[in-house]
Design a protein around this ligand. Structure first.
Ligand code: DAT
Ligand code: MG
Length: 149
């Protein structure tokens, strides 16, 4: 089983879309294994988006991610990284496929509602940046065998 890190970003929180995002990931069959609601510090934002430092949109991205609370989550399932990126849609909402979160709720790249890890390696790094090991909940989903056989 694979795990991936997901954020409902400040615009999703402000627009009351946390539930919608969680609903879509639950419906997909993924299992929630950690979650917390927090105000992101500049320090955490800079660590999370270190790969984008120096890009033209970097400063705005840090301001945006710290501008209101976020819901940070870890989701588990077969190919969870790929599955969540697919449910989330392309980075630019206008390029995201209909039926994806970014298409269905977004218009601009700077307000694209969600973050999700882009590889299993980055997922591990992001999970350990945002969560302590003891914050991960080990539980069995009763319908697991009907989602992955
Ligand atoms: P993703 O979030 O799909 O993994 P990314 O890692 O390339 O995309 O970029 C991180 C975030 O930075 C992205 O969700 C929105 C913002 N961003 C990326 N490219 C941008 C651009 N050209 N202008 C403004 N914001 C951008
Ligand atoms: Mg990315």
């Amino acid at each position: 089983m694979e795990r991936t890190f997901v954020l409902a970003k400040p615009d999703a929180v402000q627009r009351g879309l946390i539930g919608e995002i969680i609903k879509r990931l639950e419906q997909r069959g993924l299992k929630l294994v950690a979650a917390k609601f927090l105000q992101v510090s500049t320090d955490l934002a800079e660590q999370h988006y270190a790969i984008h430092k120096g890009k033209p949109f970097y400063e705005g991205l840090i301001r945006y991610i710290c501008s209101a609370p976020v819901m940070a989550m870890v989701w588990e399932g077969p190919q969870a990284v790929t599955a969540v990126r697919q449910t989330m849609g392309a980075t630019r909402p206008t390029e995201a496929a209909p039926g994806t979160i970014r298409h269905d709720f977004g218009l601009e790249v700077g307000r694209n509602l969600t973050h999700a890890s882009d590889s299993p390696e980055n997922a591990q790094a992001e999970i350990s940046l945002w969560f302590k090991p003891e914050e991960m909940v080990d539980w069995k989903q009763s319908n697991e065998t009907w989602i992955s056989g």
